[in-house]
Design a protein around this ligand. Structure first.
Ligand code: NAD
Ligand code: TDX
Length: 331
């Protein structure tokens, strides 16, 4: 089995490659990654001898066409992924998330290959805090940000290529991931590395926003379950019943790191900030027998904190520039 993993030098993609190399030694893995600020060769170092890394963009039609022809399955993680960046400059989000996905679809169509497209629960917009409903595969799309609208656009392209051209594709929409190798711009690594650097965590608004956290390894196990047994043309939602508000997450991190639970600052809110995400992963659990291995958030966060404590050389180079970008926004 020859797998082309796009965006495999980013957070979730790199963890997917590690899991694949470890548990599927019969798979041959090629990573296509343009190594933006979010991509990092060092994230693939532990598996470098088993993986070929091609530096290039999913929006490069001829390159994508050649690589897709040489592989059996494409797993598309490549994206501009950070909401705050999409508010500052949406253009790269359109180029990568929409045009890039379009190029992959055209190559998959031309060569009759299978695609799994990795997407997000943010395509569904947000829920009220007290809404008993959670997102399902039938929830209408209602994205809020430039990031989530480009992910929604990409998902719709995949669905259209399935229906109009009969390509073999599946889609997954997952909730918020945490774990090793996540860029320090994101909420959990930003706060962990702040605390480790003696700086107070920064909480947007009142900290009441809720995210449905899942460990990246559980997400990637779900992706393998979909690759193995998912029905072509279907969408699967991935989530581990990990709802927590941002204040709870920050207080847990402070506790794990031995600090007072009120040692953080409130900062200005993100414009258009989605209030709450919540996933019903019933279809994935029932059809494919997937269950998360990280049953509670505190255990997963403690393991993640330990990883950042032990891997300062991985995150330190990006920390100062990331914080300078946030300072410019007053956050
Ligand atoms: P990330 O930003 O850490 O990694 C993205 C990777 O894509 C980077 O290595 C980057 O260099 C690469 N990339 C960007 N533009 C590219 C291009 N044009 N061509 C090739 N490579 C390119 O993101 P992540 O958090 O690992 O997210 C991976 C995927 O999962 C994204 O599609 C994202 O929308 C989705 N997702 C993320 C989460 C989450 O919580 N992080 C949740 C659900 C879904
Ligand atoms: O410093 C911060 N303080 C803060 O309160 C940061 C960076 C974030 N936040 C809040 C905003 C959100 O409510 O924390 C929550 C999580 O923020 P992010 O890590 O930026 O994630 P989010 O915007 O929820 O999107 C993430 O999950 C879905 C990923 O970045 C997306 O790629 C994925 O699709």
């Amino acid at each position: 089995m020859r797998l082309l993993v796009t965006g495999g030098a980013g957070f979730i993609g790199a963890n997917f490659v590690h899991q694949t190399v470890t548990h599927r030694p019969d798979h041959q893995v090629t990573v296509l990654d343009s190594l933006t600020y979010a991509g990092n060769r060092a994230s693939l170092e532990p598996v470098a001898s088993s993986v070929e890394l091609v530096e290039g963009s999913i929006a490069d039609g001829p390159l994508v066409d050649r690589l897709v022809a040489e592989h059996d399955i494409v797993v598309n993680f490549a994206a501009e992924s950070h909401n705050d960046n999409s508010l500052r400059d949406p253009e790269p989000f359109l180029q990568t998330n929409i045009i890039g996905t379009y190029r992959l679809l055209e190559a998959v169509r031309a060569h009759g290959k299978r695609l799994h497209h990795v997407s997000t629960d943010e395509v569904f917009g947000d829920l009220e805090l007290d809404d008993p409903k959670r997102f399902t595969e039938d929830t209408p799309y209602r994205p809020s940000s430039p990031y989530s609208s480009t992910k929604a656009g990409a998902d719709l392209l995949v669905r259209a290529w399935v229906r109009s051209f009969g390509i073999e594709a599946t889609i997954s929409n997952c909730s918020n991931n945490y774990g090793p190798y996540q860029h320090v711009e994101k909420f959990i690594p930003r706060q962990v590395t702040n605390i480790l650097s003696g700086v107070k965590p920064k909480v947007y608004g009142a900290g009441a926003n809720v995210r449905d956290w899942i460990h990246v390894d559980d997400h990637n196990r779900a992706l393998h379950a979909i690759l193995d047994g998912g029905r072509l043309g279907e969408t699967y939602l991935i989530g581990a019943d990990g709802e927590a508000d941002n204040l709870t997450v920050v207080r847990t991190l402070l506790r794990v790191l031995g600090k007072a639970e009120d040692w953080f600052d409130f900062v200005g809110d993100r414009p258009g900030h989605d209030l709450r995400y919540a996933i019903d992963a019933g279809k994935l659990r029932t059809e494919l027998g997937w269950t998360p291995q990280y049953a509670d958030l505190e255990t997963g966060l403690a393991a993640t904190v330990a990883w950042y404590r032990d891997n300062e050389a991985w995150w330190a180079p990006a920390k100062a520039a990331t914080e300078a970008g946030y300072s410019a926004l007053g956050r």
